[in-house]
Design a protein around this ligand. Sequence first.
Ligand code: FES
Length: 143
Amino acid sequence: MTRYEFIRGMAVGGSLLLTVPILFNSCSKEDDEPDPGPGNPGGGEGVVVDLADAKYAALAADGGFVYVGDIILIRVSATSYIALSKICTHQQCTVSYNSSTGRLPCPCHGSLFDSSGNVLNGPATSPLKKYSVTLANNKLTIK
Ligand code: FES
């Protein structure tokens, strides 16, 4: 083995040693599990959003929206709100909300959903999951 071959072998091996842990860390179990916290109203209690909380300030105006866990919560009016899954049914990008059109575009491949979660443009073929929202005492309950 020449000196050059030895140094080249060390460089390749060193690169692999540095790369492998990065690959495994980026695919940790944490990333694969659904968010068990707020935003997954699978339980009977649902998710409660206190409109007095500053982190929901975007809901003070019609057309405003926030993300709560895996949900996009949209204010239609002071007494009407929409809650949909924020996860595009095509390849799981996060959808947004366009208050001027009332539609939810996906930035990744152009899918478009209406405010009921129905697909208007693909490539997505399945609707966004829709949740019920009730307002009482300045708090929203999403189920
Ligand atoms: S992930 Fe939304 S259109 Fe592809």
